[in-house]
Write a protein that binds this ligand. Structure first.
Ligand code: HH2
Length: 277
């Protein structure tokens, strides 16, 4: 029996039940994200898109101001905040829990001050030494994602992920972030060969040994294009297939661009898990 995590994730002023896999809708306010770059970087368009994702059933909105796609230029904290500032407060006011996709403590601190609930750190608290304390002081939840500077085809990627997660969890514990506020993410598409992404997904259940909810984000990513030979805009069916398998293997949160189809898939998966409508 695959371990599922019915325990809710504790946010700052609320909690998120995970008995039905939660859908984290992606809101990139970047000019250059790999699939939706430039589409929602005008504040009004971003807000419209956020409203639409909430109407479609998003459980969390994940706002990012810096593209992490391979080769994307790094942006300063100032530039990141210049993009996020006109959007974050208004999106938070919509009432859906907001996560801030950043590895910079300064950006996280500013978003948390406006009421963000979760910090989504694609470097698992390991890039900015001030990040763990920033999360702890705000009483926020944290997504700790595995990452590497470069892929290494000769690496045992599952063992590397285990080591990375242990470091991240140590940093979280040292800062005083409660276990109920921690989520792990193997980081599909980050510092991995395409085949290593498939290996991680095929063996996802092994990551339950860390005892924390798992987030998976494969939406429209290159591994889907590699199999299907289709461009980013045409990767919804491939994304749904990957994410449905991840849910079957116990993923508690799915990060996706297309909320409605993923919400339907999560509700169907949950009905099967509980063997009841
Ligand atoms: N993937 C991306 C960004 N942030 N965060 C988590 N926790 N897990 C992920 O898999 C993940 C993430 C990359 O996707 P996207 O935001 O669509 O593109 P970009 O980084 O180009 O903005």
């Amino acid at each position: 029996m695959i371990e599922r995590h019915p325990d809710p994730l504790t946010l700052r002023h609320s909690s998120l039940t995970l008995d039905v896999p939660a859908i984290m809708g992606i809101l990139n306010v970047t000019p250059d994200s790999f699939s939706d770059g430039g589409r929602h970087d005008a504040p009004a368009a971003a807000l419209d898109h956020a409203r639409r994702m909430i109407a479609e059933g998003a459980d969390i909105l994940d706002i990012g101001g810096e593209s992490t796609r391979p080769g994307a230029p790094a942006v300063s904290a100032e530039e990141e905040w210049r993009r996020l500032a006109p959007v974050v407060e208004h999106v938070i006011a919509l009432g859906c829990p907001v996560s801030i996709d950043t590895y910079k403590a300064e950006t996280a601190r500013r978003a948390l001050a406006l009421g963000a609930s979760i910090v989504n750190d694609v470097w698992g608290l390991q890039r900015d030494p001030a990040m763990a304390d920033t999360v702890a002081e705000a009483g926020a939840a944290v997504v700790m994602m595995h990452n590497r500077e470069a892929a290494d085809a000769g690496l045992d990627i599952l063992a590397d992920i285990d080591r990375f997660f242990e470091n991240s969890m140590r940093l979280a514990e040292r800062a005083g972030i409660a276990r109920e506020r921690q989520v792990l993410d193997p980081g599909i598409g980050f510092g991995k060969t395409v085949d290593q992404n498939f290996q991680v997904l095929n063996r996802l259940e092994e990551l339950h040994k860390h005892g924390l909810p798992l987030l998976v984000g494969a939406s429209r990513k290159r591994m889907i294009g590699a199999v299907l030979g289709v461009e980013t805009d045409d990767r919804l069916y491939g994304s749904l297939a990957v994410h449905t398998i991840a849910m079957q293997k116990g993923a508690a949160i799915i990060r996706a661009h297309d909320v409605r189809p993923h919400k339907d898939a999560a509700r169907m998966a949950a009905a099967i898990f509980r063997e009841h409508v």
